[in-house]
Design a protein around this ligand. Sequence first.
Ligand SMILES: Nc1nc2c(ncn2[C@@H]2O[C@H](COP(=O)(O)OP(=O)(O)OP(=O)(O)O)[C@@H](O)[C@H]2O)c(=O)[nH]1
Ligand SMILES: [Mg+2]
Length: 364
Amino acid sequence: MNSVIVGFGNTGNNIVTNIATSTGFDNVSLFSIDSVVSAVNMDNISSVKTIPIISDMKSGSGRDRNRGKAMYKFHEAKGSFDELYLTCTEANTPVFVVTSAAGGTGSGSVVPFCEYLIKNDIPVLPIIVCPNEKDPDAYHMNATDLLIELDQVGVTTYSVFTNPKHTDYSIVNKEIVEAIRVMLGKYYTKTDKDSIDDSDLDTVLSWPGRVLATTVTATSPEELRRNLTRRVFWGHQPGWDPDDKNLGTLITAGSLKSFYADSDFDSVFEDIYDRIPRSYDRYKHVVSGDNTSGFEATIIVAGLPRPNIKEISDDFNETSSIGDGMKKSSRPAFMRKKPTNFFKTAEKNTEDTKTDNISKFDVV
Ligand SMILES: Nc1nc2c(ncn2[C@@H]2O[C@H](COP(=O)(O)OP(=O)(O)OP(=O)(O)O)[C@@H](O)[C@H]2O)c(=O)[nH]1
Ligand SMILES: [Mg+2]
């Protein structure tokens, strides 16, 4: 399988750099597109192709999505993405793109990239890192605009992660890397039991809606069930409400590596499958490990509704102007009788004398 992962902006670059230094990503081409040159660093220079999209003297976008998009278009016209586009046509999994929704560079430039792929019938799966509810308005406005524009260019299947309220992104970034590894089928190791093949995975990853993917490990099947349920419903990817009227028909792929994998499977996935009112199909991959290999489960749930996005009112709350609400002070009456005529006097004096006599600049 040949796969392509493209990181956009700072977040995307961090994720592909993370992938470049992780194991289990064979036959994967990595690209990073950002508006700063510092995106090129010694860690990733050998395995990540970095395409800077700086178009003028200023790096970054000032969190301006239109600038991000314009920088992409400028470089697209120059042919900067020709090699990337060619690599994408050769991929036999969806092209994964990772970006934050909140910034300007990634959130803006990812749209024309997805548009190109969709126009050329290349499946694409954007992984969108959304701001948390405490983040400022601009982050949420950018996120809303990104989702609308991805819809407009024809994106149907996508993943969403929500950032934590602190800026230690290491855990969420790790979960994003793991989710991509799951969606690339890298956990479906060889088995003579039930298995998930490339075509099963294709069906799951082209199912319209949001797709959630994760993996957990544990030391017993019971602990695995608890960890998996917790991660799916209370992790960085929004879970779902089984009573939600918008919850459509879902499709899942679950894998389990365990000593008695056949008999453990149902109990490990029980909590999750119980919360799926309608499922179109339920793919299963079972690997019997040995006593020492521990327990590992993966799950993909596709067809989920879009999570709630914080709505920001568009009547911008503009602050008062510089002189708003103030009253000009009044001077004592005797001063008002002698209005200041500084400049007129200064002009007159200059003309009259052509000398620089400061005493003549007095109030008249
Ligand atoms: N999960 C995660 N979030 C990040 C990371 N770096 C920045 N963020 C968050 O992403 C948002 C900003 O997006 P960036 O990816 O920095 O933006 P950008 O695409 O580079 O765009 P500009 O810098 O605005 O031009 C903010 O919410 C940050 O808190 C990261 O490595 N991982
Ligand atoms: Mg940036």
